[in-house]
Write a protein that binds this ligand. Structure first.
Ligand SMILES: N[C@@H](CCC(=O)N[C@@H](CS)C(=O)NCC(=O)O)C(=O)O
Length: 361
């Protein structure tokens, strides 16, 4: 995705794993346009396209809150399957694009295993408007790829991480709960794939087309808002605040005590004679008592931290508590806390858990 030296022009290049005719037709077929022509997190309410030179096209896109963004224009050139040109004008009365007609010209080139499209979108009144459209096209073309790629969303979205990592597991749970396919690219922390995306080299990191997101809670939020499926932040304001509270607690306190200072002590012992460092383990276990008491109270009378279905917080907690239960002091801490155990049993019974459970070892 590149803006050109000309301030009023945007050049977008994108490889789509589908034959050229199919990619071309996706731009002129109303039923196809309804399936993909809006950024992630929005939907197309209706689309029409009179695919003749001079014919009109129009797309009514809706934001999650129902607000409309409607765009339309006329076809200028239709040379199937290699070239398409049409005008583009927003039906809005305010903002920098109000009343402005821009021009889109697309060349479709057949490549091995797919098609390269090169879009020239020109006539922007301001660089800001051009750059806003660059972000929009990036997301819209991710949806085009989802629809045309034989792998669906898994051909567009890649999660980088190790399936055994608690944070990677939490994101995979989120994808499974939303029933959104993604490709897992196993990799090491601080390895080249993660360092290329995450400034701290941690896992997981997400790539959606050219869009990169790092930090688990940001990835989960993006997943939740950009894709359809059950909400991962369900309930009323108070439920969502509680979810946020426990996401923060996991990131600020629990991950450190459970994973870094407890579980990893057993898995990669650093004490004398290659044994787990008793002092480190005892301190971690001591530090877990109060937060686990608070979690016990949080789960009392409810199945999930949010309301009715798993929230980001439940997704983050499930892998962490699964690992905690594998070692003696952790198992004891949990056996004393029946509400947490009940909530964990519910999470473990979900198909998402079975689908994402990491390999043993
Ligand atoms: N704040 C990060 C934490 C991610 C994290 O610590 N991931 C662990 C694996 S579960 C990791 O990459 N560890 C390697 C390291 O810390 O060097 C997030 O929320 O994504």
């Amino acid at each position: 995705m590149t803006a050109t030296a000309e301030a009023d022009t945007l050049i977008v290049q994108r490889f789509i794993r589908a034959p050229r005719e199919q990619v071309f037709d996706a731009f002129i077929d109303a039923a196809m346009l309804e399936r993909w022509h809006c950024p992630r997190g929005m939907s197309v309410k209706s689309a029409s396209a009179d695919a003749r030179v001079g014919g009109a096209w129009r797309i009514d896109m809706r934001h999650a809150d129902g607000q409309a963004s409607v765009v339309g224009g006329r076809f200028r050139e239709i040379r199937r399957p290699e070239r398409l040109a049409y005008t583009w004008k927003w039906e809005e009365s305010a903002g920098p694009m109000a009343g402005i007609e821009t021009l889109i010209e697309i060349d479709f080139t057949a490549r091995e295993h797919g098609t390269e499209l090169r879009m020239r979108h020109s006539g922007f009144p301001l660089e800001e408007a051009r750059d806003g459209h660059a972000r929009g096209w990036e997301s819209v073309f991710n949806r085009l790829n989802d629809v045309l790629d034989p792998q669906g969303t898994a051909g567009t979205v890649t999660l980088f991480g190790d399936p055994r990592s608690t944070y990677t597991w939490a994101v995979r749970l989120g994808f499974a709960e939303k029933d959104v396919a993604c490709t897992l690219q196993p990799c090491e922390p601080h390895g080249p794939e993660l360092n290329a995306i995450h400034p701290f080299g941690k896992m997981p990191a997400l790539r959606d087309g050219a869009t990169e997101i790092w930090e688990t809670s940001a990835i989960l939020r993006y997943l939740d808002e950009a894709f359809e499926g059950p909400s991962l932040n369900p309930g009323m304001a108070v439920d969502r605040a509680r979810t946020e509270q426990w996401v923060s607690a996991v990131n600020a306190y629990l991950y450190d005590a459970v994973a870094r200072r407890y579980v990893l002590q057993y898995l990669f012992p650093r004490g004398e004679g290659g044994k787990p460092d008793r002092a480190v383990i005892d301190a971690a276990v001591r530090d877990l008592v109060r937060p686990l008491d608070a979690l016990e109270r949080a789960y009392a009378g409810r199945d999930y931290i949010g309301a009715g279905s798993p929230s980001y917080a439940d997704l983050l907690l499930a892998p962490l508590l699964t690992y905690l239960a594998m070692f003696p002091e952790g198992a004891q801490l949990l056996s004393d806390r029946p509400q947490i155990r009940r909530a964990q049993a519910l999470m473990r019974a979900r198909p998402s858990f079975a689908a994402t459970q990491p390999p043993r070892g």
